[in-house]
Design a protein around this ligand. Structure first.
Ligand SMILES: [Zn+2]
Length: 249
């Protein structure tokens, strides 16, 4: 088995579920896993509020950074609008914080988000779009306002360098046995149940020697999309469209 796995934790913000995040932090520590963590600097998405605001949130982010966790900018406020799914580079969802907005608005959002990180003396290394939806204007805004060169998203086997960004693919939401490739497993600690935590522990033991952290990858690669990466994208999209159609009927 040559496959390598990255763990990504989504939706860290001041009102996260502290109990669940403490639990996942301790599990990851026991297994020596350093994940990517998607931080929302000014969350206004009420569905994500699980606790009263934590004044020490940014101290927590700094501690994660010290532990070699990769800090990602997860939008500005996680506020969605409806979109045509096909307008995003990875058309996973019909809602977005970024897709279809003008470049000016996207620049404003990215700038405001980045400035909160900077104010707290943390420079995010990666961009993670809420609901995986973003377009070419988002990339332009990132290029104009930040030093971020890495995006955690994409339906490929390996990281690819495209449009001046390195796309670290994100294809899984649970553990799956894979023979080769780089696989990012996206978890949402806030919504994890007791059984999910137990399964996580089991799987971390099972796939023990196959976890890496973002900085273990060659981040200067100029690897272009290969035929089999395009094939992966195509099949992922077909599977997704079929699922959406079945859900509608
Ligand atoms: Zn999110």
């Amino acid at each position: 088995m040559f496959a390598k796995y990255l763990i990504r934790l989504d939706d860290a913000h001041t009102c996260l579920d502290r109990k669940k995040w403490n639990r996942i932090e301790s599990i990851l520590k026991d297994n020596n896993i350093r994940p990517i963590v998607a931080v929302i600097p000014k969350n206004t998405d009420k569905t994500l509020n699980h606790n009263l605001p934590d004044n020490k949130f940014w101290i927590k982010v700094k501690k994660w950074k010290k532990k070699d966790w990769t800090i990602a900018l997860h939008g500005f406020n996680h506020k969605y609008h409806k979109i045509d799914r096909k307008s995003s580079l990875f058309p996973l969802s019909s809602r977005s914080e970024f897709s279809e907005l003008s470049l000016r608005t996207q620049i404003k959002k990215i700038k405001s988000s980045y400035s909160i990180f900077k104010k707290n003396k943390i420079l995010p290394q990666v961009f993670i779009a809420p609901s995986h939806t973003f377009d070419l204007n988002t990339l332009k805004a990132l290029k104009s306002e930040t030093n971020i060169k890495i995006i955690s998203d994409g339906w490929y086997y390996f990281p690819i360098f495209e449009r001046n960004f390195l796309f670290i693919p994100q294809q899984l939401w649970q553990f799956k046995f894979k023979i080769f490739g780089i696989w990012t497993i996206c978890l949402h600690p806030d919504t994890m149940k007791t059984t999910d935590f137990e399964n996580l522990e089991k799987n971390l033991k099972k796939f023990k020697n196959n976890f890496i952290s973002l900085n273990d990858l060659d981040l200067n690669t100029s690897r272009k999309k290969k035929f089999y990466d395009s094939l992966f994208y195509y099949f992922f999209l077909c599977k997704l469209s079929l699922k959406k159609r079945l859900n509608l009927n």
